[in-house]
Design a protein around this ligand. Structure first.
Ligand code: AVW
Length: 250
């Protein structure tokens, strides 16, 4: 009987886990009125269900992204690296000024979730999935890589990127921002890249950091570059005061 209870408990746990990510997906998706969430869930599942969780390539998400394409939002698109909390603290309040990948339909639906499938199973699992660096082709990493690329592909006008002054290398070649997004900014669409260096209390880097030379050099010829050191408190003030014009935030 102990074994039977264990098996029942396990399968119940898995079903509940699956229902959790499914219900999170739907409740977040339904806030965006213009999409068929059932169709998006089916396309999402198709990317990784019944597959080895280390064998889900970025291309597996092409049908999902094709069904909910990222719209160009010229002059508002915000990129970031190691500044997730500051950036989302701002974009949550200033949707009139900036939009990040995590503010779009697919980005917000899957933000902070973990999922994977298993060979021979129709289920979605939320525990026991590969860690980010455990294997390159894991379902979560492939989704973020594919969607970062698609979001950067539609970047246009003046683009903003928030980088961190609290780390040794604000522009790191191994980041998604450096390896996936910057190479996709095209001068035909993107006029300017405005880097905002987020300066916290114990900052160790700023706009003079040598790694930013690599950023300038990676930019497509014709895209103008600028960088400004901005205190974290100034960024928070912009979020707290809707009367500040977007162009006057820093
Ligand atoms: P990041 P990026 N384990 O702050 O420039 C789990 O380094 O790479 O910024 N999740 C991870 C790991 C890890 N070891 N490393 C990265 N991630 C995930 C999308 C995690 O969700 C936007 F458009 C973390 O918050 C930005 O412009 C996120 O990747 C750009 O890509 C970013 O890590 C930021 O990528």
């Amino acid at each position: 009987t102990a074994l039977i209870i264990l098996i029942l408990g396990l399968s119940l746990g898995l079903t509940v886990g699956r229902r959790n990510i499914r219900s999170t997906f739907f409740s977040r998706c339904e806030k965006f009125k213009e999409h068929d969430c059932k169709k998006l869930w089916d396309l999402f599942e198709k990317a990784y269900v019944n597959k080895d969780p280390c064998k889900v390539p970025v291309e597996a998400y092409n049908p999902l992204i094709a069904a909910a394409p990222f719209k160009p939002q010229c002059n508002k698109m915000m990129f970031w690296s190691k500044t997730k909390d500051v950036v989302h603290g701002l974009t949550a309040k200033r949707k009139d000024c900036f939009v990040t990948l995590e503010d779009t339909l697919l980005g917000s639906v899957l933000d902070d979730l973990t999922w994977c499938g298993k060979e021979g199973s129709k289920d979605t699992f939320t525990a026991g999935c590969p860690e980010w660096s455990e294997c390159v082709n894991n379902p979560v990493r492939s989704f973020w890589n594919r969607s970062s690329a698609a979001f950067a592909d539609v970047a246009c006008g003046d683009v903003t990127a928030m980088l961190s002054g609290s780390i040794d290398t604000p522009f790191n070649s191994t980041s998604n921002f450096a390896s996936i997004e910057v190479p996709r900014f095209k001068a035909s669409r993107v006029k300017k890249l405005n880097v905002v260096m987020v300066i916290q209390k114990n900052a160790i880097s700023n706009c003079n950091h040598p790694s930013l030379k690599n950023l300038r050099q990676s930019l497509d010829t014709g895209i103008t570059y600028s960088c400004k050191d901005v205190s974290e408190s100034r960024i928070q003030e912009c979020g707290a005061k809707p009367e500040i014009a977007c162009g006057a935030c820093w």
